[in-house]
Design a protein around this ligand. Structure first.
Ligand SMILES: Nc1ncnc2c1ncn2[C@@H]1O[C@H](COP(=O)(O)OP(=O)(O)OP(=O)(O)O)[C@@H](O)[C@H]1O
Ligand SMILES: [Mg+2]
Length: 415
């Protein structure tokens, strides 16, 4: 094992993934965009989250993270970001998942306020109902033995609600909050950042349930309707965690929406301080919200949301796409360069490790696979180019000898 710190340059090979862009850094991970070669020779884009050393170095934490990711990997639903793989590579604990090309809800709201275009209520309701669909599915998910898996998200917040450019809504990071024990492990600043969507029981360090996720969705809905944060972090106000513990919910301003009382009733019920007074499940809240959407005629679809995003953020979408394309292209060029070198040496090794990376980094390492195990490049493949290139001078000498022998033979025959 190499004692050198892992390389951070891009593009770089990381197990079965070729990472070519860093797309974010959250409270617990660095987020990379990469490509994975599938067994059938195809390629797919993936997000690879490198869990920060603070969380990954503890054996207990790593075990919890693996357990939670194994549960999350069992979730397959249109509104849930698919977890493909989890493991340890080059000393880094990572989770690989589906890439959702788009905004996260926090980004989207920032973009809306930058261009002073409010998100229409229809789309807010769509985002919340789709998030509830994801939670309803996950909360009720059963294992192969038919027993409930007992999945609770624990960190439902706008940054974990992804909105693709074509209007699909997907919830990510299921269960990770439990593994990293957000209430015990995070630095104070990070806890305050996450506290804005915590249920009062979570903020008080009590046990959480599916109804805690319902509360978090209630906060998102409240904020989408109010156009501001529920718990403000301002001088003179108590820290956000304390506000979350007391869960004092101001009345929402009236907006003149059709049958507004019904909608306000849904928000109020989701945000009850006592879990037993809240909706008993995400499904119950989803039913009431859907019936409000139908009665009020505020129907929307991913198709319409996608169109709205293109109409209002077309330039930003293009810019983001172009930035990704550029890094993707530099990745492709890097790969091309490697295969050119490989074929010059006599053997093409698709997607092999970059020339500057020592093979020791790809040597044996502890892996805890969830969905797949990392495929090591076949050991012969990396040796093949060196072996064939060292054979070349020998072949030239043999060829020269043959020519000399033939010339000698011919001259003798002529004599
Ligand atoms: N699967 C994904 N597809 C596309 N973008 C993603 C994906 N996962 C994360 N991101 C982007 O990376 C950002 C950072 O993600 P990360 O989960 O590390 O931090 P966070 O969501 O801000 O905080 P938290 O620790 O609460 O999850 C996200 O907000 C999102 O914009
Ligand atoms: Mg996240």
């Amino acid at each position: 094992m190499s004692s050198q710190p892992p390389s951070t340059s891009l593009p770089r090979q990381f197990g079965r993934y070729l990472l070519y862009d860093q797309i974010g850094e959250g409270g617990m991970a660095q987020i990379y965009l990469g490509r994975e070669q599938t067994d059938l020779g195809g390629e797919r884009k993936v997000v690879v989250k490198h869990i920060l050393p603070l969380f990954a170095e503890s054996a207990e934490l790593a075990r919890l993270l693996v357990d939670e990711a194994k549960l999350a990997a069992q979730l397959t639903h249109g509104n849930v970001v698919k977890v493909y793989d989890l493991g340890r590579e080059q000393g880094t604990l990572y989770i690989a998942m589906e890439y959702v090309e788009g905004f996260d809800l926090r980004d989207l709201l920032k973009s809306c306020s930058k261009v002073k275009v409010p998100l229409p209520v229809e789309f807010s309701l769509l985002i919340v109902t789709e998030t509830l669909r994801a939670l309803d599915y996950a909360h009720r998910k059963r294992g192969d033995d038919g027993r409930p898996l007992g999945i609770v998200h624990r960190d439902v917040s706008p940054s974990n609600v992804l909105v693709s450019f074509d209007g699909q809504i997907k919830l990510c990071d299921f269960g990770i909050a439990r593994a990293i024990g957000i209430d015990q492990m995070l630095p104070d600043e990070a806890i305050q950042g996450k506290a804005g969507y915590m249920s009062p029981e979570a903020a008080a360090g009590k046990s959480v349930s599916a109804q805690s996720d319902v509360f978090a969705v209630g906060v998102i809905l409240w904020e989408l309707l109010a156009g501001r944060r529920l718990y403000r972090s301002e001088p003179g106000r108590p820290p956000t965690l304390e506000q979350a513990r007391s869960a004092v919910i101001p009345d929402l301003p009236r907006r003149g929406l059709p049958q507004e009382e019904v909608l306000l009733g849904v928000v109020g019920r989701a945000l009850c301080r006592q879990p037993e007074q809240r909706y008993a499940s995400a499904r119950e809240m989803l039913r009431e919200l859907e019936s409000y959407v139908a009665q009020s005629g505020m129907l929307a679809s991913p198709l319409k949301l996608g169109q709205w995003l293109t109409d209002h953020f077309g330039a930003e979408i293009l810019e983001r796409r172009r930035a990704r394309e550029v890094s993707s292209r530099s990745h492709a060029q890097a790969v091309e360069h490697h295969s050119e070198l490989d074929s010059l040496a006599g053997t093409a090794v698709p997607l092999g490790p970059p020339a500057s990376t020592s093979l020791a980094e790809f040597g044996p390492h502890s892996m805890e696979p969830v969905a797949h195990s990392i495929q090591q490049p076949p050991s012969g493949a990396s040796l093949a180019p060196a072996a064939s290139s060292s054979r070349k001078p020998a072949l030239i000498v043999v060829a020269l000898l043959v020519v000399v022998v033939v010339v000698l033979a011919l001259s003798r025959a002529a004599l």
